[in-house]
Design a protein around this ligand. Sequence first.
Ligand SMILES: C[C@H](O)[C@H](O)[C@H]1CNC2=NC(N)=NC(=O)C2=N1
Length: 96
Amino acid sequence: MADPLSLDEITRQLEDLPGWEHKNDKVSKEFTFENFRDAMGFITRISYEAEEQVHHPEIFNVYNTVDISLSTHDAGGKVTEKDITLAKTIESLYNN
Ligand SMILES: C[C@H](O)[C@H](O)[C@H]1CNC2=NC(N)=NC(=O)C2=N1
């Protein structure tokens, strides 16, 4: 069972996650792509990592944008270390 992170811990962790924000008890970021195909490719790549980590994002896609929101259901919907880990994974997918 993952424990919710404190506000200070979340703020500190987000220092290493450019563009990610903490709102509505989630960590979120909007990603933009050249086109819909690239956006969907990003979502597909995320799906493999999420399955591997057994930790899944909320994903909202419109055309070439992908909004990712992360929280831990098993921790009452709060942000845990699992969300930070997946955020870092998603960030590296976007940058590679
Ligand atoms: C049984 C399964 O492993 C759990 O329900 C996993 C699945 N993916 C999950 N994803 C997220 N974001 N939070 C969880 O608590 C969670 N739990």
